[in-house]
Write a protein that binds this ligand. Structure first.
Ligand code: SF4
Length: 333
């Protein structure tokens, strides 16, 4: 019996985009046992994927004892292939020897960020990250059936109920988040249009902004920042009429579920591999010579103005949202 161990420790978006890999492995060989190594805080997401037989979870701060336990668990599995979908110093520490590691293309990224150049011979490597994961596992020509899906506790979530609009003001890095002032401009415009209730989703770091937004119309706007699990967030996103967000994990949830809306891209660009796959999300971004200024995001804009996102107005986002909804529902907000 073939056994494959996949390792991806973080972040949420990357893990969501690796969902096709265990599915493909099972499609190819239904007897294949798939084990997934990830962080404890993402383990609940991966445990919900039917193609994953077992999840080995590591804490945020990995101790020598944690490593010893993981190595013992892997040894007990018997012969298996190790596929490192992360390829960082940490993943090398966990697995000094892996059978396959995700190519990081550090030189390509450096050239893109610092020279704004993408050599033609490397264009292939600009493929979406989920395809790069599949390629590493051995799937070179994925069919549409292998596009990432939003799967929670074995259930494939698809856009449907349209119960509320979701706004996601935060992001893993400040340069990927639309500035607070723009959200405060945008919400009154959205409220003027009428429509369903509005939920603000995010982590504890967005609670203050979430409360300010909710205070604009407490009867219609509710902040759940810091209050929902990843599974609850996934269900709320899938049930949304629309989502407005930056380049975050919740963007990939919305994209995988086919939810319409607007994705705001700032310091990162398409070539880095995290663009939405579906046609329902409209991407708003500015053509600026400083983009991309990082391949993952920064804690602050090195130029001090964050024009890549600050230069996108609330009205532009509303117009893009209306177009996205019209295309899907034949209605506007
Ligand atoms: S404005 Fe330019 S330099 Fe500043 S965060 Fe955006 S992409 Fe980076």
């Amino acid at each position: 019996m073939r056994q494959v161990v996949l390792l991806r420790l973080s972040a949420l978006g990357d893990i969501l985009l690796s969902e096709p890999v265990p599915r493909w492995l099972k499609d190819e060989d239904p007897s294949c046992q798939v084990v997934y190594v990830t962080r404890q805080r993402f383990a609940q997401v991966v445990r919900g994927w039917p193609a994953v037989d077992r999840v080995l979870a590591l804490p945020d701060r990995i101790s020598t004892e944690d490593l010893r336990t993981l190595r013992r668990d892997l040894k007990l599995l018997g012969p298996h292939s190790r596929v490192d979908l992360h390829n960082t110093l940490r993943s090398h520490r966990i697995w000094p020897r892996a059978h396959a590691r995700l190519p990081k293309h550090r030189l390509q990224k450096w050239l893109l960020v610092h020279g704004k150049a993408l050599p033609a011979s490397w264009r292939k490597d600009s493929m979406p990250v989920w395809r790069r994961y599949l390629e590493l596992a051995g799937c070179l020509n994925p069919s549409e059936h292998l596009h990432p899906r939003l799967v929670v506790q074995g259930e494939v979530l698809r856009h449907g109920a349209a119960r509320h609009d979701v706004l996601v003001p935060g992001a893993g890095f400040a340069t990927k988040a639309w500035p607070e002032a723009r959200w405060l401009d945008f919400l009154p415009l959205l409220l003027e249009r009428g429509g369903p209730p509005i939920l603000i989703l995010g982590g504890a770091g967005e609670q203050v902004l979430g409360r300010r937004l909710a205070a604009m119309d407490p009867a219609r706007v509710r902040s759940l920042c810091g209050e929902t699990s990843l599974e609850e967030s996934a269900r709320l996103v899938a049930q949304a009429r629309s989502v407005v967000c930056g380049d975050t994990g919740l963007l990939h949830m919305a994209d995988a579920a086919g939810v319409p809306g607007v994705a705001l891209f700032g310091s990162t660009t398409r070539e880095l591999g995290f663009y939405p796959l579906g046609q329902r999300l409209r991407v708003l971004e500015r053509e600026l010579p400083c983009r991309p200024c990082s391949h993952v995001g920064r804690v602050r804009c090195p130029l001090g103005h964050q024009d890549c996102l600050a230069g996108i107005s609330a009205r532009q986002v509303l117009e893009a949202l209306e177009l996205s909804l019209e295309r899907v529902e034949g209605t506007s907000c």
